[in-house]
Structure formats: structure tokens, C-alpha cells
Write a protein that binds this ligand. Structure first.
Ligand SMILES: Cc1ncc(COP(=O)(O)O)c(C=O)c1O
Length: 414
């Protein structure tokens, strides 16, 4: 019999990650059939039209020119000061609400989500997010002794389901003194959906209402894919709406260099905080500094320095923005092609407004994805549907994929 040495709270841990399972199956198919014959719709990084990993050339150039001490030395616990300031600037662009701000460097956006859950959700409480969500939210909630509960992201017309959001917030705060809500928009993973500015008005109104009942409300906006969702101030306009929130509503943002700088493996992001009350921001800094020390001590100095150097060099920064715009246009074109094909063959894909992924709702995701393996198409089966990574598929590979999915979808008896 297998021996267990794990502590009682750790023994249950088992990562059941549909994404890694799907990409393992894909890797095996590539070995057997050759990469050129396999459609890999599982990878969450940007690949170019030749199937190679895309790192923005100016990011690579500036990084390779950094002196070794700027790469190898320790960084301050909460991050390099210029990096923290820039993380706030890049989060809001020209859309800062009126109030107080701060940021701590984190291990990617994942680290930001981790700290928000660790420090703003009570043990045993529910954390609320949409039913189409990035699975890691649940893993972190469970690791931190919380529960993840969900509201329906879409109504029957595939618009934001404000009714269900309102209802779910009410249910969640019944019996809780505080609530953490996580919203991943724009370019939601896994759907590519974005809340409109009107949706945001209603979300903010709902949270202010809950706060007026004496609850402490924290909102984490996960903006991991925001730079692949449209013009920078259009996609961030909703951020201005946080002005005037009561002091018992804290707004945080999960900022990440992974996608925005194509620097995924360098594990650098930030938890950015906004409040209309200065003492909430001072407390944020105090408790999150503690959590940084306790979790990873400090974050990759080279990546932070790269961001500072790049953004302070006008010529390099302009070039970088142009290169990123090209990547954004590339992924948009892929998404549009898939959506057009889906419409033509009657495959009911969810609304895609940008980002790395799009999704098809179905109860038969496992069955359909298994069937697609026969066509050497590998996608990720989720509880609510199938996730397609347009970030990693060339236009050529995308051709005909929607039709093949529709065939498997019909065969599965949808
Ligand atoms: C929705 C969402 N948020 C945050 C992240 C964080 O990524 P990272 O930790 O690499 O910055 C990801 C990465 O896949 C994501 O999909």
C-alpha cells in the first residue's frame, strides 16, 4: 500500500488540469504524426504563422543588453520602485480613477491572484467569479482554504448576465462579512468575452450596493490579456468608473508581463490596488509585503528591469508597441476566421472580442475533444465547453477546424 507522508491538509492535493492533459495528448500525436499534420489548439502562448514561439524582438533585444547584476541580483521584496510605478501606469493608461494607488511585484498574474485570495478572502468563505473561468482560480482558492462559487457569465442572448451576477452577489454575502469577486475581462480566458462599459456600470453599482449593507467588498480584475483586446484607452475606459466608490470597496488588478511582454516563463506581474481611502492602500502594502516575503521573497529582477528600461526608452518602446500590435492583429485575424467559419457551419461559438482563446459551449466537451483526436485536432475540454487557443494556431491550420468541430459536435448528439 502506498505510504503517505503528507500533512492532513495537503494530502488531498491533486492537480487535475485539463489543459496539461490535452497538451500531453497533442505532444504524443506530434511525435507520431509530425507537427505539420497536427492542429494544436491547447497552447496558451502566442505562436507565429510558422508555429514558432513568439517573443517580441525588442523585448529580447533589451533583455539581452542588460548588465548581469540587473538580472542576477535580488530585487526589493515588493519590487523595484520604478517597476511598481510602471505597473500602475500600464494598468490604467489614461484612465486612473480618483483615489490612491499602489502595487507589489508578484510571480506573474498567478501570483497576483494568489495574494488577492490569500489576503482578501476569509478562510472558508466563498470567492465569486464567472462560470467560464480560468481553472487556477479554483486551485488557489482551495489552497487558501476558500471556496470558489460562480455566476453565469452569459444570458440567453450571450450578453453579460447582470441578473445572475446580482443574484449571486446577494447569495454570496448572505452569511459573509466580506466578499472577493474576480472578473477576468477583457479577453476572458477561456471565451474571449469582454464586459461592455454599461456592464461595468451595473457591476460597480451591484458591488456598491453590497458595500452599503456594511460588507467589505474586494474586486480583482484580471487583465492578463488586456493588451490583445483593442485600443489601450478603449479597453481600460471602465477603470475610470471606480472613482467615488465607498472606502469599503477595494479594487485590485492582476497585471502580468506574461502576455503583454511575451515574457511568460520569467514569472513577473503585479497586484495593483486602488482605493478611495489612503489607509486601505497602506494596509494593502503592509500585508502584501508580508505575503511576498512568505511566498517567494522577491521577484525576478531582470524582468522588472527590462520593463523599466524598455518603457523609458522612447524609440524601443515605440518599436515594442508596433511589434505587439502586429501580434494582436495576427490573433484577431485568426479569431475572426474561426468565428466566420463557425457562423457559416452553424457552430455556436461564444462571442469573441479578442485575446488568446475562444470557446464553444457544450455538455459533451470530453466526447467531442476525444473524437477530434481522430482528425488530429487537439483542444481543451472544460466543464462548460471546448476551449480553442487561436493564439497558437496559424491561419493555415485554422482552416476547416470549425467545420470539423461542428461534425463532431453533431455526432455527439448536441
Ligand atoms: C485568466 C488568466 N489570468 C492570469 C494568468 C496569469 O498568467 P501568468 O501567471 O503567467 O502571468 C493567466 C495565464 O494563463 C490567465 O489565463
Amino acid at each position: 500500500m502506498a505510504m503517505s507522508m503528507a500533512s492532513s491538509h495537503a494530502v488531498y492535493k491533486r492537480l487535475n488540469d485539463a489543459i496539461f492533459a490535452a497538451s500531453d495528448a497533442c505532444r504524443a500525436a506530434i511525435e507520431h504524426h509530425g507537427g505539420e499534420n497536427v492542429v494544436n489548439a491547447t497552447i496558451g502562448v502566442m505562436m507565429d504563422e510558422n508555429g514558432n514561439f513568439s517573443c517580441l524582438p525588442t523585448v529580447e533585444k533589451v533583455y539581452r543588453e542588460l548588465p548581469i547584476d540587473q538580472i542576477a541580483n535580488y530585487a526589493p521584496i515588493i519590487g523595484i520602485p520604478e517597476y511598481r510605478d510602471l505597473a500602475i501606469d500600464l494598468t490604467f493608461a489614461d484612465n486612473r480613477p480618483d483615489g490612491y494607488f499602489t502595487a507589489v511585484a508578484t510571480a506573474g498574474g498567478t501570483g497576483a491572484v494568489h495574494h488577492a485570495i490569500m489576503n482578501y478572502a476569509e478562510k472558508g468563505d466563498g470567492v465569486l467569479t464567472s462560470d467560464w473561468y480560468w481553472g487556477t482560480y479554483k486551485v488557489i482558492c482551495e489552497e487558501e482554504g476558500c471556496r470558489l462559487s460562480t455566476f453565469k457569465l452569459f444570458d440567453e442572448n450571450n450578453n453579460f448576465n447582470i441578473e445572475d451576477f446580482r443574484r449571486s452577489v446577494e447569495i454570496a454575502i448572505d452569511g459573509q462579512d466580506s466578499l472577493l469577486v474576480i472578473i477576468n475581462s477583457p479577453a476572458n480566458n477561456p471565451t474571449g468575452f469582454a464586459l461592455t462599459n454599461d456592464d461595468w456600470d451595473q457591476v460597480i453599482d451591484t458591488l456598491a450596493q453590497a458595500a452599503s449593507q456594511g460588507r467589505r467588498i474586494s474586486l480583482l480584475v484580471d487583465i492578463a490579456y488586456i493588451d490583445y483586446a483593442g485600443e489601450k484607452n478603449e479597453t481600460r475606459k471602465f477603470m475610470q468608473k471606480f472613482s467615488g466608490l465607498p472606502k469599503n470597496v477595494l479594487v485590485m488588478f492582476a497585471f502580468s508581463m506574461s502576455k503583454s511582454f511575451t515574457f511568460y516563463g520569467q514569472r513577473t506581474g503585479a497586484l495593483v490596488a486602488f482605493s478611495t481611502d489612503e489607509s486601505v492602500i497602506q494596509e494593502f502594502l503592509r500585508i502584501n509585503k508580508y505575503s511576498c516575503r512568505a511566498t517567494w521573497s522577491n521577484i525576478n529582477r531582470g524582468a522588472q528591469t527590462l520593463m523599466v528600461k524598455l518603457c523609458n526608452d522612447q524609440t524601443a518602446y515605440k518599436q515594442f508597441l508596433k511589434e505587439r500590435e502586429d501580434l494582436y492583429n495576427m490573433v484577431e485575424k485568426r479569431g475572426e476566421l474561426f468565428m466566420k467559419d463557425a457562423r457559416e457551419c452553424g457552430l455556436p461559438a461564444l462571442p469573441y472580442n479578442g485575446g488568446f482563446f475562444l470557446s464553444i459551449p457544450t455538455k459533451n466537451a470530453d466526447k467531442i475533444c476525444d473524437r477530434l483526436h481522430e482528425d488530429l485536432i487537439f483542444a481543451v475540454p472544460l466543464k462548460l465547453g471546448i476551449r480553442i487557443a487561436c493564439c497558437s494556431m496559424s491561419m493555415k491550420k485554422l482552416e476547416g477546424v470549425a467545420k470539423k468541430i461542428k461534425k463532431a459536435y453533431d455526432e455527439a448528439g448536441e
